[in-house]
Design a protein around this ligand. Structure first.
Ligand SMILES: Cc1cc2nc3c(=O)[nH]c(=O)nc-3n(C[C@H](O)[C@H](O)[C@H](O)COP(=O)(O)OP(=O)(O)OC[C@H]3O[C@@H](n4cnc5c(N)ncnc54)[C@H](O)[C@@H]3O)c2cc1C
Length: 321
């Protein structure tokens, strides 16, 4: 089995992992490697084609793909080694990870490991909604991948479940895919995005906003035919062929858990000290692995700060593997 050693190994080439890697190199850390399980580095913004990225970190307003290309190019220019199609699967010890890569299995030992594995939206299975398993069910992330990266047929009419910022992305993506948003529903009595946004969107895109409304059942055998919903004891069916579950994030903490790292009960993120460090280990968590969910720009800014502290400690010699 191939084995190697680096100063810092980062798991996840999203905005957080890339921003941290760039800062580490800028601060003079020699060997910085990022591993990314997808074929392309960049994280979620790669398939998030609407503008809205880069305000706090780059002082620009970019689309997701432009934003992720900026970070990937900058990381490569600064000498960061990025290994795509490479998944960190397990731990040998707190400083050594096993990687599954196109050439086989590899072991990498690092003085510091940064976990930047992000978060994902809670899908249908995790929400335990009744009904069969017809096609036509997405999260915003999977909808964007199917629409923008794979150019797949999505459907004709959709219900969006959730009213977070990301739910508005779902409206835009559905529009791009030629799907009419019929309704947006949310169990809470108030929406969870910026003031006025759902009202403006509902007027622009002509859908109904049902607050305090619960999804009871998904209808359809092969393909979704409708969604049964309820509010204040009254049930009705919205006829659609597509459902998008949005928001309600879960940190991608699988790898952290496999390493015996304690997970916070409420947020399901790894438990860290104030500096995002796993107590008594040279392991740090950055980006949306640390819930609550943040925009990509916040993740990048925070990751940069943590990376700067780590670089100082490496130079002082206070981090030894
Ligand atoms: C639909 C949608 C729209 C959004 N719109 C905006 C917006 O307009 N503006 C904004 O600022 N933010 C937006 N966001 C939020 C933004 O995308 C996230 O805040 C940001 O991507 C988080 O960065 P991250 O690096 O923490 O995680 P991610 O971008 O999720 O990157 C994590 C990476 O880790 C990789 N990974 C996970 N586990 C492993 C493993 N074991 N081995 C190897 N690789 C692994 C994943 O493949 C992924 O590429 C949006 C999010 C979504 C889903």
């Amino acid at each position: 089995m191939k084995s190697s050693t680096v100063d810092v190994l980062i798991v996840g080439a999203g905005p957080a992992g890339l921003a941290a890697a760039i800062e580490l190199k800028r601060a003079g850390v020699k060997n910085v490697r990022i591993v990314e399980r997808e074929k392309t580095a960049g994280g979620v913004p790669r398939h998030s084609f609407h503008p809205g990225y880069g305000l706090r970190d780059l002082k620009r307003f970019l689309s997701g793909p432009k934003y992720s290309r900026y970070y990937v190019n900058k990381a490569l220019k600064n000498g960061v080694q990025i290994s795509t199609s490479t998944t960190a699967t397990d731990w040998i010890d707190p400083n050594t990870l096993t990687l599954t890569c196109p050439t086989g299995i590899e072991q990498v030992r690092a003085s510091v490991i940064l976990l930047a594995t992000g978060a994902r939206e809670r899908g249908r299975a995790a929400r335990a909604v009744a009904g069969k398993r017809p096609s036509g069910i997405y999260t915003t992330g999977s909808l964007q991948q199917a629409t923008y990266l794979e150019d797949l047929y999505i459907g004709k009419t959709a219900v969006i479940v959730g009213t977070e910022h990301v739910s508005l992305s779902a409206v835009l993506t559905l529009k791009h895919a030629g799907v009419k948003t019929v309704a947006m529903i949310c169990e809470k009595s108030k929406h969870q995005t910026v003031f006025g946004a759902p009202t403006i969107m509902k007027l622009l895109y002509r859908f109904k906003l049902h607050l305090a409304t619960k999804i009871v059942e998904i209808q359809g055998d092969q393909r979704v035919t409708g969604v049964k919903v309820s509010r204040a004891g009254k049930e009705w069916v919205i006829a659609v062929d597509t459902i998008v579950f949005t928001g309600d994030w879960i940190p991608d903490h699988e790898l952290a858990r496999r390493g015996g790292i304690a997970i916070d009960r409420k947020y399901k993120s790894p438990i860290t000290n104030g500096d995002s460090q796993i107590p008594n280990r040279s392991i740090y968590t950055i980006g949306n692995l640390n819930l609550p969910i943040k925009g990509a720009d916040r993740c990048a800014v925070e990751a940069r700060k943590i990376a700067s502290k780590i670089a100082k400690q490496i130079h002082k010699g206070s981090i030894l593997s």
